[in-house]
Design a protein around this ligand. Structure first.
Ligand SMILES: *Cc1c(COP(=O)(O)O)cnc(C)c1O
Length: 413
């Protein structure tokens, strides 16, 4: 479809090359909920899967399809399904592919809401275990005969532990465990999930993909690595199609259609426009993050910096191999005499806000906010210090970010 090889060249031409009307370069935002047909047989064909046309916007629209095709192309994957949020993509995919009696292994270093969702799964009779994802013998030890999925993030926040996807895949393969990777921190520009062995990729499009903090969205990508003939939970109804389509069809029908977390056309448009500069934004933010990490590391009011780009990071070599850049998230601990809330109050340019992957640089004290519900014990198991501050580095001029941190640090004697 698109002969350009470069990431951004492909991306900025992806929509217009999907035969849009009248030479439009952006996919129109289709606002029709319903799709009507002159011949009743045409609607019957949509319902029975013989036609790829649309019936009702909860399940698909032309706008949805174009975004999905673009993402599938970027990930060099088999298929994608977009949702209203990243959490919707994650929860819907897992709920529709798991059933009572199954066992799932979660990395213990995950997004707070994903951790909360893992607890919810236990209420539906799904067994859940947490592991230190950097400890491969421990993962191996937790695998059981009913283990169906292993879930991890590429770079976890806030401590920035890096999962070795290629190695973890080798632990999953003998038992046909589906490797589900949340690559929100390292979207397709930074990381090739398919090549390294991920089976399903979950990405919050709200973050780096859109980048502008103006729209929510999420996606599940079937990389095509997993042979779904080996997966016991595919319903017979969906086995008429090619095995490669079984999982995505089940997620779409049992998940998106029945549970209804559909993305809006406005959000699709905002996210698509935002995504055109994903590589440019990430090049800039990641370069700044490295510079800021180096600046903080040598500062005498900082006791620890967590960033995979620093040679002192435990998975620095792995990160170098696995990602194009080291990401744009870093965390740090202040020396004990400085209160993290007071420090954040001194920042002028850097916003105090939850969210990440935004054009603006954001700071957050993690223990009393996003990891508050988790409790002290679990925070400690995740390596989160009570005074830890997470920075999501934006696209401002790097020196301005460093100047802001400098003046805030200087405020404390
Ligand atoms: C934000 C985030 C999510 C959830 O995405 P939403 O679009 O906010 O629902 C999932 N995983 C990670 C790693 C995230 O940072």
């Amino acid at each position: 479809m698109n002969k350009a090889k470069g990431f951004t060249s492909q991306l900025v031409h992806a929509e217009r090359l999907q035969n849009l009307e009248q030479g439009a370069v952006h996919q129109p935002a289709h606002h029709s909920v319903l799709f009507a047909y002159k011949q009743s047989q045409e609607l019957v064909d949509v319902f029975q899967g013989r036609s790829k046309n649309h019936a009702y916007a909860r399940q698909s629209t032309p706008s949805v399809n174009v975004l999905q095709n673009t993402i599938t192309q970027l990930e060099q994957a088999h298929a994608s399904l977009v949702f209203s949020t990243g959490m919707a993509a994650l929860t819907t995919s897992m709920l529709t592919l798991l059933k009572a009696g199954d066992h799932v292994i979660f990395s213990q270093f995950i997004f707070g809401n994903t951790n909360s969702f893992a607890q919810t799964l236990t209420q539906y009779g799904i067994e859940v275990d947490f592991v230190d994802i950097t400890n491969h013998p421990q993962i191996k030890q937790k695998i059981k005969s009913n283990t169906r999925m292993l879930f991890c993030e590429t770079i976890a926040n806030p401590v920035t532990q890096v999962a070795d996807i290629q190695h973890i895949k080798t632990l999953c393969t003998p038992q046909n465990i589906v490797l589900v990777v949340d690559n929100t921190m390292t979207p397709s520009y930074l990381f090739n999930g398919k090549q390294l062995g991920a089976d399903l990729l979950i990405t919050s499009l709200t973050k780096y993909f859109g980048g502008h903090g103006n729209a929510l969205g999420g996606v599940v990508v079937d990389t095509g690595n997993y042979n779904w003939q080996n997966y016991p939970n595919i319903l017979d109804t969906y086995k008429n199609a090619e095995p490669a389509n079984w999982a995505i069809t089940q997620i779409k029908k049992k998940g998106l259609r029945d549970m209804g977390a559909s993305i809006s056309s406005e959000a699709i448009h905002q996210l698509s426009v935002g995504s055109e500069t994903m590589a440019l934004r990430l090049d800039r933010s990641c370069a700044s993050a490295l510079q800021i990490a180096q600046f903080l590391q040598q500062h005498d009011k900082i006791s620890q910096v967590y960033y995979p780009g620093l040679p002192s990071h435990p998975q620095h070599e792995l990160a170098k191999k696995q990602f194009k850049h080291f990401g744009a998230i870093l965390s740090f601990d202040l020396i004990d005499s400085i209160d993290c809330l007071e420090f954040i109050n001194q920042l002028n340019l850097i916003l105090c806000s939850t969210h990440l992957g935004d054009n603006r640089t954001l700071s957050i004290p993690v223990a009393p906010t996003i990891y508050y519900e988790m409790g002290l014990e679990k925070r400690q198991a995740m390596g989160i210090r009570e005074g830890m501050i997470r920075l999501s580095v934006g696209i401002e001029d790097c020196q301005d970010i460093i100047d802001d941190l400098t003046q805030a640090l200087d405020y404390f004697a």
